[in-house]
Design a protein around this ligand. Structure first.
Ligand code: FES
Length: 105
């Protein structure tokens, strides 16, 4: 199973494994990081699954959609490597991905 490295709001980092059939949001939530609210459940309507991707990993991701970009534009916490984690399919190819939960995630 692919490994995801998650840093929480307190700055603690933990490696988690998850099925390669869900999203990065589902991997984070499934590992018990309840601080990632993901209120809409992955329907691309809330932006509370906001994560900051490690700059060295950002180019590994497929480009975001216009709708994801629009939602992120509403965040004061947006950075150049922000993504909505529900929009990132977690695949074997992404093993080792490093993300930090955003303050508004
Ligand atoms: S969970 Fe709502 S946009 Fe990702």
């Amino acid at each position: 199973m692919p490994i995801l490295t998650v840093t929480n709001l307190a700055g603690a980092t933990r490696d988690v494994t998850a099925s390669a059939h869900g999203s990065v949001m589902e991997a984070i939530r499934g590992a018990g990081f309840d601080e990632l609210a993901a209120l809409c459940g992955g329907c691309l309507s809330c932006a509370t699954c906001h994560v900051i991707v490690h700059p060295d990993d950002f180019a590994r991701l497929a480009p975001m959609s216009a709708d994801e970009n629009d939602l992120l534009d509403g965040s004061d916490e947006r950075t150049p490597t922000s993504r909505l984690s529900c929009q990132i399919p977690f695949t074997e190819a992404l093993s080792g991905l490093r993300v930090t939960i955003a303050k508004d995630g």
